[in-house]
Design a protein around this ligand. Sequence first.
Ligand code: SF4
Length: 706
Amino acid sequence: MSEQREAGPVRTTCPYCGVGCGVRAAGGPEGAAVQGDRRHPANAGRLCSKGAALADTLDDRGRLLRPVVAGQETDWDTALDAVADGLRTVIDRHGPEAVALYCSGQLLTEDYYVANKLVKGYLGTANIDTNSRLCMASAVAGHKRAFGADAVPGAYADAEEADLVVLAGSNAAWTHPVWFQRLQAARKANPAMQVVVIDPRRTATCELADRHLALAPGTDAVLWNGLLVHPAESDAFEADFLRGHTGGVEEALRAARASAPSISAVAEACGLSAAEVAAFYAAFAANERTVTAFSQGVNQSERGTDQVSAILNVHLATGRIGRPGAGPFSLTGQPNAMGGREVGGLANQLAAHMELTPDAVDRLARFWETEAVADEPGPKAVELFDRIAEGRIKAVWIMATNPAVSLPDADRVRAALGDCELVVVSDCVARTDTTATADILLPAAAWGEKDGTVTNSERCISRQRPFRAPPGEARPDWWIMSRVARRLGFGRGFPYESPAAVFREHAALSGFENHGARPFDISALAGLSDAEYDALEPVQWPVNAANPRGTARLFSDGVFATADGRARLVPVEAERPAGAGSDGSLVLNTGRVRDQWHTMTRTGDVARLSEHSPEPYAALHPEDAAALGLADGALARLANDRGEVLARVRVDVGQRPGSVFVPFHWSGPFAARGRVDALVAPRLDAVSGQPASKHATVLPEPFAAA
Ligand code: SF4
């Protein structure tokens, strides 16, 4: 293993968000120093508040230091035997469909690769999914429908080169701060650049906006359908591009006209003025160099995939894709959501972006030299935990995530884990709502100790390098899984002694039998020596014989990854999700604050990160607050038939009437009462399986202590 080095500084990658900033880090248990890496293309030395506080999070208190089996600390051999025996027993009794893995966008690509190989290649089930399902699965599904592959077409630099940047469902100022800093700098350098924010809330991102379209929740598809109709009627379609490189425009237009027949109809449906809509459409028509960056506000919906398709349709119809300063751009939530997708981290795909087709299953079986490759898609995140609750999955291994807090219907998830026959949790943190349900706990190495790669939102593969020794007995995830695989009798498939060996195999698979004709191809990296892997500079895939130095933009030649090389416009029927009830209930919009990460397991104890938003809050419009008798600063109880949370009231004119925003971070020791995801119904996008985390309903009321 190459998990420990001399004190740095080393060049590594921030573990918090999909911007994937480079950092220079040094130090050990006595203290660490972290600064932005000027040589990294994502950030050129910039950091946000979370990245700048990374050194403060390197605190070994609270770490899981030794394996634990049935409540007793033990050694690795005993724990690994217990995991392997437990999985084998369940499989022998109930078959492979009774076991599952649930992973995380925090895992490195090498970890993810081994997890998928073990489950889909050797256990013979596709029961493996990831918390990345919660943040970008709708974007993945939209990309596949339009481009024939899960491939983000552009690069960060496109937003800097654009004349119009549209941010749809994205509070990038808080969620992708360094990308936003780059946009701010570009805007300063190019005063003609226009920025439009489409979001029901007035967020910090709106401070950069020329226009803020505070549309009604769930009406995005109508707005974008109207934008497809508008250039058609004003003759602004790119006729040559449409004719030569796409299909489906007539069907997409027919559907768009049905929901968005006129600007006034769009305005009425979206709760905007006709002048606001017309001004946005005019700005779009006037600026060929347009980037639309979209994120959770688009993805986390029952119609998330359709909303993504509506955006992609407009970019395809206007030929604004694959060119400098133009393209749709999915801002990915987690640091390695993209890397997980590369190796089959989603239950409905195989490694190397292969679908679960007979050809791909056969190709993978020959590459991995196994006969057990799964040939049916597995359950997506929420469905996977449904199967645990139903007793169909009897053993689950959870890695680097806290689903008892972060999944919808979180109380039911926690109860299901409590009743599950075997729960194994690998984590670097000892106490979370999820580790509390574990029969076996495995101490995992954390950021600063791990060695491998991650891929950010612009397809850039970067190294995470270690600069401190793991405390106690903590080990890398790929090592843990390989050792369990060997105990299960799969030793030949899991000979790995270093992350470099895993990466080389992953890279070789991406080009195996000309599979590399598809966009995801990093076969030029398959021959890296250990030293070359160690020194690998950030590079955007594909990295192959045709593009040995990587690729900034995809589809520049107008050839897409579909069978006929044409992109597809997809008809989008705009249906609104259920809104607030007549009992005063509001639409619950869950999201993030600037300085916390996920369920606060890393950031919750850092004083300077807690100052910005020190406690759970619920932001309401003044009209709603008055109607509900809620004063600014008072405590509110927010409840529905699933549960309740306590939060501090923030009266906020930037909040759209009829809605309430509550951050999802607070849980465990940090929450006064409840976890907000316990209030979110498990309603899913039918295509992507992504939960609608922004469209629950909840009734706030003043809290009176008993
Ligand atoms: Fe880390 Fe994201 Fe901040 Fe960059 S923008 S420093 S990757 S949290």
